[in-house]
Design a protein around this ligand. Structure first.
Ligand SMILES: *Cc1c(COP(=O)(O)O)cnc(C)c1O
Length: 380
């Protein structure tokens, strides 16, 4: 069912069935009347953007959000035809590509807006765009309080057309908190203000995964979930509100097994010394694969359904684990770094705690050296 890569057996298996399931959970939450822009930036959080886009397009995703123009073009080359929003910055010299590939830029400042407007005008072209409002992230976007300086410029646009307006929460993992509520209020007030000036962009959106799960007041006409599509929860207390299934498993096989006498050191820097005669397995992956170096002497992997702790420092291309307490281990045994084996699971959240980061970074750190293999398990 799921073919192994030839040669080095380190790979990510991406099951398309949970992606479909998670998308339906988003749909169930927001209802039929709200559009869903599936966020598949950074290679769909490491899951393979093209494959994810194709699956979600069939599920009824209304469009896709990516970070960069290059990510968008890759989707177009793969025949993804849905609307694509370029979220994280656009540059005037990209106008030809925007037009050629029918991509929608997010614009968050006047200088870029003017340059895109004149470039589009020179080409006699029309270009839809979404207006980014900074309601409290201090990042990209127009400040609502300064609207008297930027709103009149929007009124003058001829080639650019305001299709959408968006903002982003800075603390959405506590969406009921007052900061999020204030951002929402600011955003609503601005929409009213620009409505009063005659602007009624059809696409109004602010909700990321956390807000999709916990804050229906933030849905407006479209939502932008990312993380939850891949089956991870933005915060642990959200597990009771939606059922998400992880799509990605990260696996390898034992490259070499050896018994080391008590008192032997393992890996660079001698940070692990055997306290007894030990069975040490070497795995064919390291931090260059995105297996975080902070997992040294801290992380664990699954072998024969049991946890084996990482022994010593993670190397660039190799990692050692202590399998002394697991019976019957053999060279070539399957090793699960992320995902389930037997009754045991290592989630992206657990790995993130070991690596002092968040699940987002665990997913996006898995490097391009690790092949992604897509398959679809049975519908349950
Ligand atoms: C990444 C991103 C999202 C998705 O956020 P999740 O927390 O992964 O759901 C939504 N909107 C913007 C602008 C983003 O950059």
């Amino acid at each position: 069912m799921m073919p192994l890569p030839k040669g080095r057996p380190t790979f990510c298996a991406v099951d398309l069935y949970p992606l479909r399931h998670n998308f339906r959970e988003v749909r169930r939450k927001v209802g039929p009347g709200v559009k869903i822009l599936s966020v598949i930036k950074a290679n769909a959080y490491g899951h393979g953007a093209l494959q994810v886009a194709r699956v979600l397009e069939k599920e009824g995703s209304d469009g896709f959000g990516v970070a960069t123009l290059e990510e968008a073009i890759e989707l177009r080359r793969g025949e993804v035809r849905s609307p694509i929003l370029v979220l994280a910055g656009i540059y005037p010299e990209q106008v030809d590509d925007l037009l050629k590939h029918h991509l929608t830029p997010v614009i968050g400042e006047l200088e870029v807006m003017r340059k895109l407007e004149s470039a589009a005008q020179r080409r006699g072209a029309k270009l839809d765009f979404h207006l980014k409002i900074d309601t409290g992230m201090g990042r990209i976007g127009f400040l609502p309080d300064e609207r008297r300086s930027w709103l009149p410029e929007i009124a003058k646009l001829k080639a650019l057309k305001l299709e959408g307006i968006l903002s982003i929460f800075s603390h959405a993992d506590s969406p009921e908190g007052s900061y999020t509520q204030n951002q929402l209020k600011t955003f609503k007030r601005l929409i009213d203000n620009i409505g009063g000036e005659g602007f009624h962009p059809p696409l109004i959106h602010v909700a990321n995964s956390a807000a999709v799960i916990t804050l229906p007041a933030s849905y407006f006409t479209m939502v932008r979930p990312g993380l939850m599509l891949y089956g991870a929860y933005p915060a642990p207390e959200m597990t009771s509100q939606v059922v998400l299934k992880p799509a990605l498993s990260w696996k390898t096989q034992i490259l070499q097994l050896k018994t080391l006498p008590k008192g032997s050191s393992v890996s660079y820097g001698r940070s692990f010394v055997t306290q007894r005669e030990s069975l040490i397995a070497t795995l064919p992956l390291g931090y260059a694969d995105g297996y975080h170096r902070l997992l040294s002497n801290r992380g664990a992997v699954l072998v024969r359904g049991k946890r084996a702790p990482v022994a010593g420092r993670i190397c660039m291309d190799l990692t050692m684990v202590d399998v002394t307490d697991i019976g019957g281990v053999e060279q070539g045994d399957e090793v699960v770094l992320l995902g389930r084996q037997g009754a045991e699971t290592i989630s992206a959240d657990e790995m993130a705690r070991w690596a002092e980061t968040i699940s987002y970074e665990i997913f996006t750190s898995i490097s391009s050296r690790v092949p992604r293999i897509h398959y679809s398990s049975e519908e349950e």
